[in-house]
Ligand binder design. Structure first.
Ligand code: NAD
Length: 396
């Protein structure tokens, strides 16, 4: 498949991802866009020209025979039905994370892909983030020995603006932010650890935003991730225009036991002043930690001998610049998807099975958190589904 014709389903904030794929000179074209919003369809015409075919009904988009692949970039609760329908219609699918809002939904998508033979690619772009790739390389090289523990802290400054002012705040559409946002981090934990979670235990709550009466009257406003306006929204309780329904947690603390014995923790908070994620990976011969989340100056520090407090680490690695937020990660993800469609590549860095395991882990942790913190085990993966996606060297 040298020439590829793409469709976009959901041309919102992540519509930008499909723009990366639109390179007509290379035989890659976005030819159709479906969105419920007339404004977003107008944006599509600005991006792709007036010749773009526009739809407001996904069923009609799928009847369009001149589409090879669909970028599914809609809110999370729609992924399951829309991905299954596209796969069964014979279209390749680039599906945004999280794969689905339930583990049953993720399994249904895997089953649709297996049955139809259509390509399923789940866009876990964090795996393509330069600093995550570098951490993975250092671990695989044995720089810290065998991984024993991983602690991830995700400080979601801007969390109020991005996740509490629209559909993300309503568990009917996102399940939880532990799944919505955390699926990235849990997937990276699994990848760096080389295993999948078999038990979770979690606490969390809705400590700040759900208590605010500053609710939105009109349509949601999703500002740009880098908008200067965001700085004015401090402290978090001053945030205007919150979603009328807020029933997801703004803080979650999870403990995980992995199938290879690695122990992990994942902490996510949506009311910190600063935004970044920190992965601390502890092996039996050292530890490493990222400072920065892909911004210029992001580095990885590594400690591999006895010492007291020694902030700089015994060595430092600076990954290649990646643009913010995760520009090269998106480019690499889209390139990997196109490579799969063109049959150019073997095993991919991302993996639909791993994407499913991130959903299963997050769902188990949410069940634990909402039931008071007992141990909850993620639903196991049907071996037939695992087999259907097995490759000679599948990434964990
Ligand atoms: N990988 C990442 O780094 C990353 C970052 C942000 C968001 N995401 C994921 O991307 C997806 C989209 O997020 P977003 O922030 O762009 O959301 P968004 O709300 O900005 O955009 C969603 C778009 O889908 C459209 N839509 C809603 N229902 C539809 C339907 N039935 N048919 C057609 N269009 C419909 C909306 O009108 C909107 O334009 C989510 O799954 C989110 O979790 C991933």
């Amino acid at each position: 498949m040298d020439e590829l014709r793409f469709a976009v389903l959901g041309n919102g904030l992540r519509g930008a991802l499909a723009r990366i794929a639109h390179r007509p000179a290379d035989g890659l074209s976005v030819v159709a866009v479906c969105d419920l919003s007339a404004e977003r369809l107008e944006t599509a015409r600005e991006w792709y020209g007036n010749g773009i075919r526009t739809y407001n009904d996904f069923h009609r988009l799928l009847e369009d025979k001149e589409i090879d692949a669909v970028f599914v970039l809609t809110p999370d609760h729609l992924h399951e039905d829309q991905a299954c329908m596209a796969l069964e219609a014979g279209k390749a699918v680039y599906l945004e994370k999280p794969m689905a809002i339930t583990v049953e939904g993720a399994d249904r998508i895997l089953a649709s892909a297996a049955r139809s033979g259509s390509v399923l690619y789940v866009g876990h772009n964090m795996r393509h983030s330069a600093y995550v790739l570098e951490m993975k390389r250092l671990i695989d090289q044995g720089e810290i020995g065998e991984v024993q523990a991983i602690w991830c802290r995700h400080f979601v400054g801007n969390g109020g603006d991005f996740y509490f002012r629209d559909w993300h705040a309503d568990r009917r559409y996102s399940n939880s932010l532990l799944l919505q946002k955390g699926s990235h981090d849990i997937d990276v934990i699994h990848w760096l650890a080389g295993g999948y979670t078999i038990a979770t235990q979690a606490f969390g709550g809705s400590l700040v935003y759900s208590k605010s009466d500053k609710r939105r009257q009109g349509p949601p406003r999703v500002p740009s991730w880098t908008s200067e306006d965001l700085v004015a929204h401090w402290p978090p309780r001053s945030l205007p225009d919150l979603n009328p329904v807020i029933d997801v947690e703004d803080i979650s603390l999870v403990q995980m036991q992995l199938d290879n014995g690695v122990l992990a923790t994942y902490d996510q908070c949506h009311f910190t002043p600063d935004y970044w994620r920190n992965f601390t990976v502890i092996g039996d011969e050292g530890r490493l930690e990222n400072f920065g989340n892909g911004e210029p100056g992001t580095c990885i520090r590594l400690w591999d001998r006895r010492c007291g407090y020694h902030a700089p680490g015994h060595s430092q690695v600076t990954p290649p610049e990646e643009g913010y937020p995760h520009v090269s990660a998106d480019q690499n993800c889209v390139s990997e998807f196109i490579g799969v469609l063109r049959g150019e590549r073997g095993p991919t860095v991302t993996s639909p099975i791993a994407a499913r395991q991130a959903v299963a882990t997050a769902c188990a942790a949410v069940a634990s958190l909402r039931a008071g913190g007992g141990v909850v085990r993620p639903l196991g993966l049907n071996p037939e589904l695992a087999q259907a996606f097995a490759t000679p060297s599948s990434p964990a």
